[in-house]
Design a protein around this ligand. Sequence first.
Ligand code: PHE
Length: 513
Amino acid sequence: MTIKLRKQSIEILKILKKKPAEVFAIDLAGELNIDYIVLMSAINEFIEYDLGGFREEDIYQISLNDEGINYLTNGLPERQLLNILLENKIKEINVDDLLKRSNLDEKIFYIGIANLKKKRWVAQSKASGENKIFIISEEFPQTESERFLQKFEGKTTIDYSSISKDDLKQLDLLNKRKLIKKNRKTQRIVYLTEKGKKIAISKIQELEYISKITPEMLSSGTWRDYELKPFDVTKSGPLLKAGKTHPLVNLINEVREIFLSMGFIEIRGPIIESAFYNFDALFQPQDHPARELQDTFYLKNPKVAKLPEKDRVLAVKKTHETGGDSGSLGWGYKWDENIAKQTLLRPHTTSTTMRRLAQFYRNNEKVPVKVFCIDRVFRNEKLDKSHLAEFTQIEGIVIDDNANLCDLIGLLSEFYRKMGFKKIVTRPGFFPYTEPSMEVTVYYDKLNEWLEMGGSGIFRPEVTYPWGIKEPTRVLAWGQGLERIAMPYYERTDIRDFYINPIKWLREQSYLK
Ligand code: PHE
């Protein structure tokens, strides 16, 4: 079998051949300035060809604790005590005096005294009536413990295995004095086998790993000279940070698909709208509270909007004042064209729906008409977890003969069913421009919650008659909140996320959908 190794592994083999029998993997990696993992993967290649291997060994490391480090710099307590005596030329001293001078902890002081006595450098006697210490030696050479302690000079740790038999006794003594810390570590030791030691480098073939086969390699047959890099299918792929459509756009597309599949056509209208289409055409009186600044953003520029054809403006005016031909009594006030000309950022897409009714009138269209609109609206709202000043509505109408509330319930239920909601509840509601009016609530099983989706109803005659839509032709209408669906859909608890765009969340979004 020819031996094939990667280039780096061959280099490592060369170096190992020059080394003594065994080396610590960590030391070798450090010496070669390569990653430990890289070294071990080379060793694994050696194992495959029986050129080398590794074994694991528990390494005990010895270091001094804080007290030990203190004695390394200041001397063991016995040496500190002796120095006090020698420096002050004291031959005998009261034990308590020495204790005071030494500044040592009492316990440590007595350990020092005990060791001085053991060495026969001092003696202790109470013969004079006082408890006294006497120097009884002339020479005070370095002790074995001191010599051993010195080994830690400039080092934080010593390998247990490097300690000689004699020193082991000293280690034991220092350990008993509680000056030593022990640390166990598992180290890998790498080595070459006899085969590995003997093999000539020239006999080893350099292995090249590739991760791609090119057409050239296939046609020339050189792909056979390479080793294919194995794939680790358990590893996650690199994070792709390419652009993708925004989650809200994905949802809009899904809603769009559903309405298209139900035979609807998409319409769009201006964001900057006239009060006429936004309020007047919807039979909202000109002093209606919803028109006020606190709900609606009015514009200074452009200041006035163009109104539609004169006769339609007149029809709306009449409806407000007297009910016109709608059968209503109207609001009974003097309708002001200038108020209708005010400009605003549309607070709902129902204004776009009204433009579609005007178009229906102008083109003298036939029923049925089924249109929808998914677009941005603006409201003077305080922002919080569930309120935005700028959001999206899903609006739609059906103009048809004898269209009724059951049709509306069926239609909206079908829409929400297609969106994945199983339980839909409709309740009476109120809007100035619909009668009856209806609220839609859906059950979201994941959160165990009922979510209010928006309003709907049948446009009042006061709304449809000015555009020539008269009994038995009726208009079913609805306006639902897109972000209300988006929150459970994307499991966001804060509606602002759709506009603040937390980058982490956006990156987690699928590319598909
Ligand atoms: N325009 C209403 C809103 O913004 C929704 C609605 C539309 C209600 C059409 C009834 C009919 O909440």
